[in-house]
Ligand binder design. Structure first.
Ligand code: HEM
Length: 236
């Protein structure tokens, strides 16, 4: 087992599994965020986020998620070093266009920017909600008039600088996934010659879903700000 995990294939497998696990988390995160569009003052979004804090299963998944990020980043650094030391070709899947070539060769760069964004994101939302208590759950907010997570998100995404950083990070994440998704299936041996077109299309589809899905939030809050309507309540 140790021999496998320290081999190149073992490291790639860990990379692929941690990457795919992070992809699952992105889908769940997108689903929760969609509640922000409901025009109910952020009620459903706050409740969905709050119910997660009290679920033992979600707490366990959260720990696995932190580990997956740490493992993914550590393996990324190891593999990139190994690749540059040993051989010029880094990936089993090569993009066909010049653009995808650039992104496939610069996974560590896009990954590092995504990592920086994850840290900023945690600092803005996870820390005030889960650590300092500056942001409170829906019931406490009703009782004390405190700030909810939806309010905190609305405030951050209404800030043009934060919105631009968010958009750039999401765009880079989409390109990271466009290459990473199909590469992961190749690593796991699920992607073969016959179905490579299908996996390529699935990768593009997933990358577009994540890019457009998450990108819609800063655009929506910025539009609301400039048009002058309350994005959480859908009124002027
Ligand atoms: C939500 C966050 C992320 C997701 C969903 C994600 C997803 C993926 C996936 C699916 C792969 C393909 C694995 C394979 O080649 O078999 C991958 C590869 C890669 N990721 Fe990420 N990633 C994320 C964040 C990061 C971060 C934060 C870094 C680094 C700082 C990073 C660096 C890399 C690198 C360098 C590779 C290519 C490794 C190689 O095969 O040589 N990723 N990522």
């Amino acid at each position: 087992m140790t021999k496998f995990l320290t081999s190149s294939l073992g490291k790639k497998t860990v990379m692929a599994l941690s990457g795919l696990f992070l992809c699952l988390f992105l889908l769940e995160h997108l689903y929760t965020n969609v509640h922000l569009f409901f025009g109910d003052g952020g009620k459903e979004f706050n409740e969905a986020s709050h119910s997660m804090v009290h679920s033992i299963l979600i707490r366990i998944i959260e720990v696995v998620l932190f580990l997956a990020i740490v493992v993914h980043v550590a393996q990324a650094l190891l593999l990139t070093k190994e690749n540059s030391d040993a051989r010029p070709v880094k990936y089993a899947v090569d993009g066909t266009s010049k653009t995808s070539d650039w992104f496939s060769r610069n996974m560590l760069l896009t990954g590092s920017i995504i990592f920086f964004f994850i840290v900023v994101h945690l600092y803005n939302f996870f820390v005030p909600y889960r650590v300092t208590g500056h942001v409170v759950g829906p019931e406490e907010a009703m009782a004390t008039g405190g700030e909810t997570l939806a309010m905190e998100v609305a405030e951050a995404l209404s800030n043009p600088i934060y919105a631009i950083i968010y958009l750039i990070s999401v765009l880079l994440l989409a390109f990271h996934l466009n290459h990473g998704f199909q590469s992961a299936f190749q690593t796991l041996g699920i992607n073969n010659q016959k179905y490579s077109k299908v996996w390529k299309m699935a990768s593009v589809g997933f990358a577009v879903l994540i890019g457009v899905g998450f990108g819609a939030f800063p655009i929506f809050f910025q539009l609301a700000k400039y048009i002058g309507f309350d994005a959480l309540n859908w009124n002027m």
